[in-house]
Design a protein around this ligand. Sequence first.
Ligand code: HEM
Length: 492
Amino acid sequence: MSDLALPPGPRGLKFKTAMKMGLGIYSFLEECHENYGDAFSLLLPGMAPFVWLADPAQVKDFFNLKPDAVDQSKLPIPIDLGDRQTGFLNGKEHQDSRKIVIPPLIAGRLKKRADVMHEIVEEHLNNWKVGDAFDTPRKVGDVSLDIAIYTLFGLREGERKDRYAKLMLDWIGAATNNTMFAIGTLYGPFKFRNKLHRDYLKQTASGKFGDGKKGLLPWKQAIDLKVLLADMMREDIRRIRRENDETAIDMFSMMSRSTYEDGTLLDEERVIAEAMGILVGGHETSAASSAWHMLWVLKKPEVVAKCRAEVLASIKEHGKFDALKICELPYCNATLNESMRLTPSAVGTLRYLVKDSTFGGITIPAGTNVLAAAYLIQRRKDVWGEDAEEFKPERWLDGGFRPGPFEYFPFGGGRRACIGSNQAKQQLRIMWADLYRRIEFDSPYSNNDEWPGQMQVSGQTEPQDGVPVTVTNVFPADIGYPLEKVAESETA
Ligand code: HEM
């Protein structure tokens, strides 16, 4: 680290700072912003300093950082996704890698998946019954997991799909839980990630799959499950290459057929690493965003009524739930934008600096983790107006404020922006439209000012202990929510 000074921030015992962050990251960031200004630094045990940037001018420089100023392989993330996965690559290798993972997600291919995404949502909702009680990120996460498996492997049902779903969910749970994050922090996240990867390769080479259960070593289960999951993926890579069916456009088939610049096929571990990255990058993020969204709409029955009316009007106009048309509904989309503005699951977007770099006039030393603080910027009154802290989907409608890329960035930005943002938006739009239309909920959080703390799950910020809901009404798929009831709820 160079001898440049860090921006101010709370000092004292590092573990105390970590605890304060763990207990409620949103309020802790607000407190630091108020006390130390737009750039502040936090010192946490076992990690390089974290500098948070809360001014759009700083974020502009952040998203325009030159590739040689950062080294993402040093990110403090203690999850073994594999050697050379996109999120940890740098420079040309990183850009080349994005060219491999992005093609299955381009607009034309995404649109072709919209109807199946809707069918998957319907299959789940058809099983929900009045009185069912559940925790939002988990139950809604089951829907996004099925959509992820369909997008990734093209699988809708059957024994293989079920096996993938179970292994993926179990692996995410075992590899990204708080114990693994705590051990990773003590061990050093970078060293820990590499250790896990070496152990995974050794176990794979020995041909010992393990039983996938917990063991004496806290990381045993995560390694066993990754070995089992990767083995399934390896079988699929080999089958896809044998069949060489160019009409198969699921992500895994397209990545398995991808080549390096010299024309050789990607090595198998590379394809596996990208699939693991897409799984981690896409699963908990969508579940966490839905949990926050649920919390907002539970408190805003008038917003739900407007969304429901918009969905029903679209069904009436097009004669069916046309998933692509549903994705274009302005009020429903504004509602999702608004929950991601006020409660982004990724509170900040991270770069590891290897060169001293200047952000809005403040120079931050190399050897630092720098974050563009989405949570703080997306609530700034000088950007969003005096009502910045209020949940108002109307602000996104025609004639309203249009934020720039340094003022609203729940999916990050610059050359490392989320590759799955359109996939995520499409699936959230379809799923929430169907939820507004078919399901009514009650919750301890309904219609009051109760607000949960926050917890970290797989690196995402989620409502503390989830958002418990009980299903109070389920309307059949072919009828939808009765129109007269919409009118009643609007006038109530
Ligand atoms: C609501 C859901 C999602 C949210 C909030 C989200 C958020 C983010 C954020 C904040 C970043 C960091 C961007 C940056 O560093 O500038 C990111 C990167 C990434 N996301 Fe997402 N994401 C979501 C869904 C998805 C999905 C569905 C996929 C896969 C299909 C995905 C794959 C990735 C990948 C591979 C990266 C790394 C990109 C790179 O380093 O070049 N994400 N995401």
